[in-house]
Write a protein that binds this ligand. Structure first.
Ligand code: 4AD
Ligand code: MG
Length: 442
């Protein structure tokens, strides 16, 4: 790709040379005989300096009049300077304003969250979102690499679907030429047939849940990466999940050091993330959450009390992971509160062979997965018990008619994983353009 300029991240190769850079004016200050312009080009920041004795009076004066966020091209010589951000400085020899910006709505002061997300299209230029979204980009790449290195085949699943995967209360319904269609909640149902064709498969894409409550852990549109493997049984699934999460975290630590520093992330908390992750059966978790001490802490925190047999609340997840240095895998949940497709435990059929992986430090559930029911009649019974329309699942039942085998898979929410790795509390920060119950703009 031919270009007539260099990027800030390439400056190390150009020390002492005269180069041109293109970007946006992110900060400026002047002190009598010298002007400082900070150029931001997406790969980094560069302090550009004009001295009154080295530049024309006209250029020197022009520096002051350029509005912030104008697009500019600067030319000059690259110097090493350990005091400058990024370690380099440019002596300005020429400066062109490519487009003079109108007054930028985001100023270097405190803005409210709603204001920033109303201006998300401009907010992306700020340091924090920029760092988080770069981490996200690397996390997604690591997810794909993990599966390709293990010879999984990518099988994209459809977004428009005739059936529900994760319960009917969070379905987004849409009109499909006079019929009802739903935005997908998970690609899982489509991966199961694919793993019978390809062995090991994965998908990754946007998934949708009409979450009617406003929490910091829920988006209505989020991205999920889901593997599905034929002949994989429950213990193997747990191993796959812990290897996967450890791989992704190690990559972020390796590649995203600078971004995690911008975010002030205490990375020592991530260094210990490696297999094996502790396995915590649901009944044991429920026992821990119902001790008088735990119940007292819930009450003190104003959190609803946990009762055995129920799903965990955010505070419960925090209690269960507070002393862990790596994610905790809660297994063998009551089948009654989990999805219809989960294989019952042979030893106690009231329990499902499923797992929720809870991130440490209270970041909540990052993965949900299970072994799948592979017996046709058992699955048919479950579909009926859950009040789901059998016709819409005929194709899914077919998989259990032609050489059915045990198989397992999981889904990881990309934003849940990114918020944990970045150490940011709210999922809306971990996606470029968040969609929540009250947010569809920009
Ligand atoms: O636990 P869930 O509902 O599992 C499934 O959808 C399975 N069908 C996946 C599978 O086995 N292939 O969702 C999986 C993950 C959760 O652990 C969480 O990380 C994320 O998706 N997630 C959400 N992320 C953001 N906003 C929401 N509303 C989410 N709901 C689930
Ligand atoms: Mg779940």
């Amino acid at each position: 790709m031919a270009r007539d300029f260099v990027y800030v991240e390439e400056l190390g190769e150009h020390v002492g040379e005269r180069v041109t850079l293109k970007g946006w004016l992110s900060r400026k200050r002047s002190s009598g005989k010298v002007k400082f312009l900070v150029l931001r080009d997406g790969t980094g920041l560069l302090q550009c300096v004009a001295f009154v004795r080295d530049t024309s009076a006209e250029l020197f004066e022009r520096c002051d009049r350029i509005p912030l966020e104008s697009s500019i091209a600067v030319a000059g010589r690259v110097r090493r300077d350990d005091r400058a951000p990024g370690g380099f400085e440019l002596g300005i020899e020429d400066l062109r304003v490519l487009h003079e910006a109108a007054e930028f709505p985001i100023q270097p002061k405190e803005h409210g969250v709603e204001f920033l997300f109303d201006h998300r299209h401009l907010h992306l230029r700020s340091r924090t979102p920029h760092a988080i979204l770069r981490v996200r980009s690397e996390v997604v790449r690591a997810c794909r690499d993990f599966f390709h290195e293990r010879r999984f085949v990518l099988i994209d699943s459809p977004v428009l679907t005739p059936a529900a995967c994760e319960g009917t209360t969070t379905l987004f319904e849409t009109d499909y030429f006079g019929r009802k269609a739903y935005l997908t909640q998970s690609g899982q149902l489509y991966l199961e047939p694919a793993c019978m064709a390809f062995g090991r498969v994965y998908c990754m894409g946007p998934t949708f849940r009409a979450e009617k409550s406003k929490t910091r852990r829920h988006l209505t549109e989020f991205w999920m990466i889901e593997p599905e493997v034929a002949f994989l049984e429950f213990p193997g699934l747990l191993e796959l999940a812990e290897e996967f999460v450890s791989y992704v975290v190690a990559r972020a630590l390796d590649v995203c050091r600078e971004d995690l520093k911008v975010l002030d992330r205490d990375t020592s908390k991530l260094e210990s993330v490696r297999p094996p992750f502790p396995r915590l059966p649901y009944d044991e978790a429920a026992r821990l959450l119902t001790t008088p001490e735990s119940q007292a802490r819930m009450a003190a925190a104003g959190a609803p009390p946990f009762a055995a047999g129920n799903d965990f609340g955010a505070f419960d997840e925090t209690l269960l992971t507070e002393s862990a240095d790596r994610p905790v895998m809660v297994t063998h949940w009551p089948a009654a509160i989990k999805a219809f497709y989960m294989q019952p435990d042979e030893a106690d059929p009231s329990r499902a062979l499923c797992v929720d992986v809870l991130a440490p430090e209270g970041y909540g559930e990052i993965i949900g997965g299970s072994e799948r029911i592979h017996d046709h009649d058992l699955l048919l019974g479950r579909i009926r018990e859950h009040g789901l329309p059998v016709e819409a699942f005929q194709w899914y039942l077919d998989i259990r008619k032609y050489g059915t085998v045990p198989h397992s898979g999981f889904g990881m929410g990309v934003e849940r994983c990114v918020t944990w790795i970045c150490g940011v509390p709210h999922l809306r920060d971990a996606i470029p353009y968040p969609r929540q119950i009250h947010r569809l703009y920009p």
